[in-house]
Design a protein around this ligand. Sequence first.
Ligand code: HPA
Length: 241
Amino acid sequence: MQRLAVIGGSGLDRWGKPSRQHEASTRYGAASAPIAVFELGATELLFLPRHGSDHALAPHLINYRANIAALAALEPDAVVAVNAVGAIAPDHAPGALVLPDQLIDYSYGRDQSFFDGEAGPLAHVEFAEPFSAALRQQLLQAARQAQIDLYDGGCLAVTQGPRLETAAEVGRLGRDGNTLVGMTSMPEAALAREVNLPYVCIAVVANAAAGLGETITQASIEQVLDAAMNETRRLLVALTD
Ligand code: HPA
């Protein structure tokens, strides 16, 4: 892969010292942060922290259109999104890495589309499979080669946040068929599809979802993510090999 874009989530707000940065202003406004460029062997890695460099942007305040437009302008071959999530399925312990293949969107009030009446004729993009099947296979293969546990499949509920869910909400999400819950995959995944960017999500389990395990604290989330993000970075580097 020549150029890989990575959208970092909670726990992955920076990558290291970049060789250069792109100021990321678009007609939709400014992206969450400048896009940092790293050379990983023959691959150029473009890194954008979704919540901003200092983790100040809550999920409902992120300018998803600016983020995807800014990345699309740099013409990456693929976008890998990293999202901290809670686990609804009992087989995902905190720290697990999961590659969901479906999502259900419960978010609201976010700018959902590039089709705003000015961006050319309307098209209803195909979205039955929200994540790129080819990119999912590439990640599974990279994980096997680097001996990283990566769980294949799952349905990711995207809630509005920034608060966590009630236990009853998690019960309903489970009955709807969700195995994971996060706050930031939509409209990001749909916007990537609108501009034809192959997009995939690495879901990093920070906690058992509300009511299913111990009381969730910021400190416990951060502690789990700290360790799990090392594996996530290793996986991303393996993908560029
Ligand atoms: N719910 C929603 N988003 C999350 C969670 C959760 O339990 N943990 C980390 N991100």
